[in-house]
Design a protein around this ligand. Structure first.
Ligand code: GDP
Ligand code: MG
Length: 369
C-alpha cells in the first residue's frame, strides 16, 4: 500500500509518462513497473497540481489550488450575495422581487426555475449573484462544510419591527465568516416604519453604519413595492468594487454545491456555484463522495450553458450519487482519477466511522466495569 508503480501513477494522473519529472527527482531509467514510494509518488503528483494525502494508504485526493499572490491581472467576477435576517422581515419577498427583475431582463421563453441561486444583470451590465435559500441554517451549514461562497451579506431588518433575536444572530454569522454586510431597512412603505430607530439599535449592537462614521452601508427599501432596490444593488456593486473580487478563468473548475435533488428523468442534479476556473460541458468533477461527468448545464432560466465562469450558478446533470449542499467541487483530469478520489474518500469516512464506533464501544465497556 505504500508503493505504486510508475505506470499506475501515470494512469492516475492521466499522462503517458513523466520521465522528465522522475529525472528531476534524481530517478533515472526506470521500467514501467518500477515501484515508487509514497513520498516520490506524491512529489510527482504535486507537479500535476494534485495534492496527495500521504499516509499509510497514500490516498490521492483533490484540493483547492493555491491562489496567486497578485490577483490584479485576473478578471473581475460578480459578487455572490446571501440575504439574512429575522423571520418575516421580508427575505423571501425581496428575493422574489429581485428574481422577477432578472427574469424580465432575460430572453423570452425562459421558464424560471428555483435552482438555489440566480443572477441579476443591472443596466450598467454588471451582474450580482443572489443565493436564494435564505436562512441562517443554510448559511452556517454551507460554511461548516467548507463552502465559502458568500462575498456579501445583505441583512434585512423590517423598519416596523426593528432588531430581533435572529437579526443579532445574522450579524454574528456575518462577522464570524468575515463577510462584509449591507443593511437593508425593509418595509419602508409601512406607515409605522421607523428607520431611524433601526439605525440607532444597529449602532448599539456593534454595526458601524456610514451615517455614524462607520463603514457599513444602509439602504431603505421595500421588497414588496421594489422601492430602493436600485440603491441596494448600487450599494452591493460599490462594496464589491471595494473588495476587488477576481478569479482565474483558465484553470480547472472549483466551486461548491448550492443544492441538490433527485429529479424524475434527470437523475441526480445539483446547482454548482463556480468559484474559480471555467466549468464546461463534458468536464469531470468531484464533490464529497460522488462525481459527475457534466452531461448538461442550465441556468435559472432553463437555458443551456456550455461554459460557466466564476460566480455563475449552474444546474448540473450527470451525478453518480446525490452530492450534499456545501460540498466543495473540484475538477478531475479524467474519470479514473475521479473514481479513485471518491473511493479514497469513502474509505476514509468509513475508517473514521469505525474509529468513532470503536470509541463508543470502549466507552460502554469502561462504564460497565
Ligand atoms: P421572510 O420570513 O423574511 O422570508 O419574510 P417574507 O418575505 O415571507 O415576508 C413576511 C411578510 O412580510 C409577508 O406577509 C410579506 O408580504 C410582508 N413583506 C415583506 N416585505 C415587505 C415590504 O417591503 N413591505 C410590506 N408592507 N410588507 C412586506
Ligand atoms: Mg422566507
Amino acid at each position: 500500500p505504500d508503493a505504486i508503480s510508475v505506470s499506475n501513477l501515470a494512469k492516475i494522473i492521466g499522462v503517458a509518462s513523466f520521465e522528465q519529472k522522475l529525472q528531476n527527482l534524481g530517478i533515472e531509467y526506470v521500467s514501467h513497473d518500477h515501484l515508487l514510494n509514497a513520498e516520490e509518488a506524491s512529489l510527482i503528483a504535486m507537479e500535476y497540481n494534485l495534492n496527495p494525502v500521504v499516509n499509510s494508504e497514500a490516498a490521492i485526493d483533490l484540493f483547492s489550488k493555491p491562489k496567486p499572490v497578485d490577483m490584479s491581472k485576473y478578471p473581475l467576477r460578480s459578487p455572490v450575495v446571501a440575504i439574512l435576517g429575522h423571520v418575516d422581515h421580508g427575505k423571501t419577498t425581496l428575493l422574489d422581487t429581485l428574481r422577477k427583475s432578472s427574469v424580465a431582463a432575460g430572453e423570452a421563453g425562459g421558464i424560471t426555475q428555483h435552482i438555489g441561486a440566480f443572477s441579476v444583470t443591472l443596466p450598467s451590465e454588471r451582474t450580482i449573484t443572489f443565493l436564494d435559500t435564505p436562512g441562517h441554517a443554510a448559511f452556517s451549514a454551507m460554511r461548516a462544510r467548507g463552502a465559502h461562497v458568500t462575498d456579501i451579506v445583505v441583512l434585512v431588518v423590517a423598519a416596523d419591527d426593528g432588531i430581533m433575536p435572529q437579526t443579532l444572530e445574522a450579524i454574528k454569522h456575518a462577522k464570524d465568516a468575515g463577510v462584509p454586510m449591507i443593511v437593508a431597512i425593509n418595509k419602508i412603505d409601512r406607515h409605522n416604519a421607523n428607520s431611524q430607530k433601526v439605525r440607532e439599535s444597529l449602532l448599539a449592537n456593534g454595526v458601524e453604519l456610514e451615517e455614524y462614521g462607520g463603514e457599513t452601508q444602509s439602504v431603505e427599501i421595500s421588497g414588496l413595492t421594489g422601492q430602493g432596490l436600485d440603491q441596494l444593488e448600487e450599494a452591493i456593486i460599490t462594496l464589491a468594487e471595494l473588495s476587488d473580487l477576481r478569479a482565474e478563468v483558465d484553470i480547472e473548475a472549483e466551486g461548491a454545491v448550492i443544492e441538490s435533488q433527485m429529479e424524475k428523468g434527470k437523475g441526480y442534479v445539483a446547482t454548482i456555484l463556480v468559484k474559480r476556473g471555467t466549468l464546461k460541458q463534458g468536464d469531470i468533477i468531484v464533490a464529497g463522495t460522488t462525481w459527475c461527468k457534466v452531461r448538461m448545464m442550465t441556468n435559472e432560466k432553463s437555458q443551456i450553458i456550455k461554459n460557466a465562469l466564476p460566480s455563475t450558478p449552474v444546474k448540473v446533470i450527470g451525478w453518480k450519487e446525490l452530492p450534499v449542499a456545501g460540498d466543495e467541487v473540484f475538477q478531475a483530469t479524467d474519470e479514473e482519477l475521479a473514481k479513485i478520489v471518491v473511493a479514497n474518500r469513502k474509505l476514509k469516512s468509513s475508517r473514521e466511522q469505525q474509529l468513532k464506533d470503536l470509541e463508543v464501544i470502549n466507552e460502554k465497556r469502561r462504564q460497565r466495569k
